[in-house]
Design a protein around this ligand. Structure first.
Ligand code: FES
Length: 220
């Protein structure tokens, strides 16, 4: 099973900034600017590293079909991995796999099986749901459980229930897999907003909120 680990220099830089800010508070009197220097103060992500964004189309992530648009008829209670695909600065399609933490898990359950705390408003007809596929414990890619009862992480046996908001049902993960709002646009599944909760590797809501703001400002 593939293990996706963050090595994104932009994220690393953000974490460095956060660490630097903490350090600045700790030592007092040392300004953030003097800690960071002024050489590259501007946050900037390339489009392939941006998180799933409103309007992105969901495409297959499995190697044999990578980039092909996912059809509703291909979805079932078995996990289908997806990437969000958006537009580059030149208007061409860009699969946002530059950040491996953008990998997604899609399911389609019979009506009535998706229940709280799944946000049903963020599903397609209460049947199709999307989550981050990155384990909130240490970032491994989560798979279908071989027992047929939800999802299981191959690294330390974390378990999640995709019918109940991907809450943790076993093992060490500290929180649920983040749900991604999706909707149908013709035959295509498209993203309708940011993740509803902070995805891996974030550990503080404030960090996730400021990251979203930075992305929005960059796109404005
Ligand atoms: S990375 Fe998933 S349980 Fe540890």
């Amino acid at each position: 099973m593939t293990r996706y680990k963050r090595k994104d220099p932009e994220i690393t830089r953000r974490k460095f900034i956060n660490a630097a800010m903490g350090g600045t508070v700790a030592v007092g009197g040392i300004s953030l600017l003097s800690t960071l220097g002024t050489a590259n103060p501007v946050f900037r992500l390339t489009r392939d590293k941006m998180p799933p964004l409103k309007g992105d189309v969901l495409v297959h992530a499995e190697e044999s079909k990578e980039g092909q648009i996912i059809k509703v008829s291909e979805l079932s209670d078995q996990l289908v991995r997806a990437w969000p695909m958006g537009k580059g600065e030149d208007g061409s399609n860009v699969i946002r796999k530059g950040d491996p933490n953008n990998i997604l898990a899609l399911f389609r359950f019979p009506k009535g099986q998706l229940v709280a705390p799944t946000n049903l408003e963020a599903t397609v007809d209460g049947e199709i749901v999307a989550y981050s596929d990155v384990c909130t414990h240490a970032g491994c890619s989560v798979a279908d459980s071989d027992q047929g009862d939800g999802m299981k992480c191959p690294c330390h046996s974390g378990q999640f229930d995709p019918k109940r908001g991907c809450i943790v049902t076993g093992g060490p993960p500290p929180r649920a897999l983040a749900q991604l709002p999706v909707q149908l646009d013709g035959e295509q599944l498209v993203v309708s907003d940011f993740f509803l909760a902070m995805p891996y590797p974030y550990i503080a809501e404030s960090e996730w909120e400021s990251f979203k703001k930075e992305v929005e400002e960059q796109l404005a």
